[in-house]
Ligand binder design. Structure first.
Ligand code: NAG
Ligand code: NAG
Ligand code: NAG
Ligand code: NAG
Ligand code: NAG
Ligand code: NAG
Ligand code: NAG
Ligand code: NAG
Ligand code: NAG
Ligand code: NAG
Length: 381
């Protein structure tokens, strides 16, 4: 009878205890802590310490103990108003008379309530009223137990993003755009069509700078060369050398932010068009057939020092505003030397005479609406 009353109080207690946000990441009945990123459950059943770990394991977890001061803070709010004193996975080693968490680490001395650890038992329960903290308890007494498990916060590491027929996609950090979680090491792998390479752009990138970070690898797993770490302050774009790239998002045990949105695109390899001498003809890739999506094609025209380049475009059709031919005097890309940014259906005929003896052009296309592109020629002047 007493146990039944206690149990119903406890159940009521846990149903009003809402110390975190998204519960759906944890199994039914477990609570996700946004402080620790673990799922917690307090048993309805009362049991001896010896039964506690087996009980938690039967539910897919293990007995909770506190790994750091953030978890202690969580435990205080989680057990607030609980009348029982639930077991934690902490015991006294009878040989050396020291206290150990189940993983062999030592509980912080400040977590013991006043006068503890006493000789009153070799197991530990959490005192949830008044001054909260841990206390030595007889292992044979019966208490509820707090179980804990790591929720599936990262996507399945075997999930493949992209594929041989996909040229673009977005990936976001777990919990985006609300907040990501602590204690993560999430793995992502992207592949794109053969004969393409992958560009990555992070926007926004809101993480605890330098402490939580995304590392980019130039291949299908983290054994490949690192292309660098994203940092809030500078590096936010990356480019692979082949059609696969992988990422690891690491977070530490404290402080989370909104996270990141990654937009990736596969770009076709298009060797530079380099021409020199007295003149040449040039076209967009595949012309007069449609160019490809996500193309980036460079053109370099060079004449002898002291001469100029006379560029004429006699046919031009691209998706207005999105597929663009940039024309630069000399080599600068991109910069003050851009003299034209050509797009749409009303460009040709177009003619321009360079100031310097070099002309650089860059043709860039997006993922939708391919057209026939352009045709032109240049002569030495
Ligand atoms: C966890 O959520 C609570 C309530 O929504 C909030 O006050 C607290 O700042 C959050 N903690 C972290 C670490 O985000
Ligand atoms: C208790 O501590 C002693 C001495 O450090 C050690 O040899 C022994 O393995 C420990 N026992 C347990 C059950 O951890
Ligand atoms: C990726 O995210 C950007 C920015 O939010 C959005 O404009 C774009 O449509 C998204 N692309 C895909 C393939 O979801
Ligand atoms: C892409 O390349 C791989 C490895 O070289 C090859 O096995 C596969 O058939 C190619 N796929 C396509 C669609 O060309
Ligand atoms: C990494 O990828 C390469 C090539 O696919 C593979 O041979 C290697 O076994 C992978 N290594 C790991 C640790 O997954
Ligand atoms: C084309 O010219 C550019 C600029 O001079 C140079 O960087 C590049 O290596 C050249 N490429 C080829 C294939 O000659
Ligand atoms: C450019 O094309 C025209 C017409 O097709 C051709 O006569 C000329 O020889 C070409 N010039 C070069 C440098 O290839
Ligand atoms: C540049 O070439 C075009 C087409 O061949 C020609 O009409 C134009 O006069 C030339 N410009 C100069 C400055 O010679
Ligand atoms: C060229 O024009 C396009 C579309 O108007 C624009 O998105 C792009 O930023 C321009 N490029 C430069 C370098 O100004
Ligand atoms: C063209 O660019 C080269 C290399 O960046 C530079 O050395 C040269 O001074 C530039 N010439 C002109 C006319 O801007």
């Amino acid at each position: 009878m007493l146990a039944a009353v206690l149990t119903s109080i406890l159940v009521f207690g846990s149903s009003v205890r809402n110390v975190s946000g998204d519960k759906s990441l944890c199994p039914d009945g477990w609570l996700l802590s946004n402080e620790t990123s673990y799922c917690y459950l307090t048993s309805d059943r009362y049991m001896t310490f010896a039964e506690a770990d087996g009980y938690c394991q039967s539910l897919g977890g293990s007995q909770a103990f506190m790994m750091n001061s953030y978890e202690f803070t969580f435990m205080k709010s989680y057990t607030q108003g609980m009348f029982a004193q639930p077991w934690l996975g902490v015991t006294r080693n009878l040989t050396n008379n020291k206290w150990y968490n189940n993983d062999g680490t030592t509980p912080y001395s400040s977590w013991w309530i006043a006068g503890e650890p006493s000789l009153n038992g070799d197991c530990v329960s959490f005192k949830s009223t008044d001054k909260q903290g841990i206390r030595a308890t007889q292992c044979w007494s019966i208490q509820p137990v707090i179980c804990k498990q790591m929720p599936a916060l990262c996507p399945d590491p075997n999930k493949k993003y992209g594929g041989l027929h996909t040229r673009t996609g977005n990936i976001t950090s777990p919990g985006y755009p609300v907040q990501y979680y602590n204690n993560l090491d999430c793995f992502y792998s992207i592949t794109s069509p053969n004969n393409t390479y992958i560009t990555l752009q992070l926007d926004p990138y809101l993480v605890e700078n330098a402490i939580d970070y995304l590392t980019i690898y130039d291949g299908p797993n983290a054994t490949y060369k690192s292309l660098g770490k994203a940092t809030s302050s500078s590096k936010l774009t990356f480019e692979s050398t082949s059609n696969s790239v992988s990422l690891v998002f690491h977070t530490d045990k404290t402080v989370t932010k909104k996270g990141w949105l990654l937009n990736w695109n596969a770009k076709a390899y298009t060797p530079n068009v380099n021409q020199s001498g007295n003149g040449g003809n040039f076209t967009s890739p595949n012309y007069p057939n449609d160019y490809d999506s996500y193309t980036e094609q460079m053109y370099y025209f060079s004449v002898a020092d002291g001469f100029q380049v006379n560029v004429t475009i006699d046919d031009f059709l691209t998706e207005n505003r999105f597929d663009v031919l940039e024309v630069y005097d000399n080599y600068t890309i991109p910069g003050v030397n851009m003299i034209a940014n050509l797009t749409g259906d009303s460009i040709a005929p177009w003619n321009w005479l360079s100031q310097s003896s070099h002309v650089t052009m860059r043709f860039r296309t997006d993922g939708t609406n391919q057209k026939r592109g352009f045709h032109g020629y240049w002569t030495i002047q």
